[in-house]
Design a protein around this ligand. Structure first.
Ligand SMILES: [Zn+2]
Length: 63
Protein backbone atom coordinates (compact mmCIF):
# COMPACT_ATOMS: atom_id res chain seq x y z
CA UNK A 1 0.00 0.00 0.00
CA UNK A 2 1.27 3.41 -0.92
CA UNK A 3 -0.01 6.42 1.01
CA UNK A 4 1.07 9.89 2.11
CA UNK A 5 2.75 8.48 5.22
CA UNK A 6 4.90 6.04 3.23
CA UNK A 7 8.06 8.14 3.41
CA UNK A 8 7.77 8.69 7.17
CA UNK A 9 7.26 4.98 7.81
CA UNK A 10 10.15 4.08 5.56
CA UNK A 11 12.44 6.53 7.32
CA UNK A 12 11.41 5.12 10.70
CA UNK A 13 12.22 1.62 9.52
CA UNK A 14 15.49 2.71 7.94
CA UNK A 15 16.52 4.46 11.15
CA UNK A 16 15.63 1.38 13.18
CA UNK A 17 17.81 -0.78 10.93
CA UNK A 18 20.60 1.78 11.11
CA UNK A 19 20.38 1.81 14.91
CA UNK A 20 20.72 -1.97 14.99
CA UNK A 21 23.74 -1.70 12.71
CA UNK A 22 25.30 0.96 14.98
CA UNK A 23 24.90 3.65 12.34
CA UNK A 24 23.75 7.23 12.76
CA UNK A 25 20.10 8.08 12.36
CA UNK A 26 18.98 9.81 9.20
CA UNK A 27 17.79 13.30 10.01
CA UNK A 28 15.62 15.29 7.65
CA UNK A 29 17.15 18.71 7.24
CA UNK A 30 16.35 21.62 5.02
CA UNK A 31 19.08 22.18 2.46
CA UNK A 32 19.59 24.29 -0.60
CA UNK A 33 19.28 22.40 -3.85
CA UNK A 34 22.58 22.40 -5.75
CA UNK A 35 20.71 22.59 -9.02
CA UNK A 36 17.92 25.19 -8.53
CA UNK A 37 19.00 26.78 -5.22
CA UNK A 38 15.63 26.27 -3.54
CA UNK A 39 15.25 24.89 -0.02
CA UNK A 40 14.06 21.31 0.15
CA UNK A 41 13.88 18.45 2.63
CA UNK A 42 17.13 16.53 2.53
CA UNK A 43 17.39 13.04 3.97
CA UNK A 44 21.16 12.94 4.39
CA UNK A 45 24.38 14.81 3.65
CA UNK A 46 24.63 13.21 0.23
CA UNK A 47 21.12 14.31 -0.68
CA UNK A 48 21.72 17.76 -2.14
CA UNK A 49 19.35 17.96 -5.09
CA UNK A 50 15.59 18.44 -4.71
CA UNK A 51 13.06 16.00 -6.14
CA UNK A 52 12.06 18.41 -8.90
CA UNK A 53 15.62 18.44 -10.23
CA UNK A 54 15.90 14.70 -9.94
CA UNK A 55 12.70 13.17 -11.37
CA UNK A 56 14.33 9.93 -12.52
CA UNK A 57 15.84 9.27 -9.11
CA UNK A 58 12.44 9.53 -7.44
CA UNK A 59 10.81 7.32 -10.05
CA UNK A 60 13.36 4.61 -9.36
CA UNK A 61 12.86 4.97 -5.57
CA UNK A 62 9.10 4.53 -5.92
CA UNK A 63 9.37 1.21 -7.75
ZN1 LIG B 1 16.23 21.73 -7.30
Amino acid sequence: MVGPNMKKLELKEINYMRKLAGMQKIKIKKRECLSCGKMFKSYDVGHRICDKCRPTWQTIANH
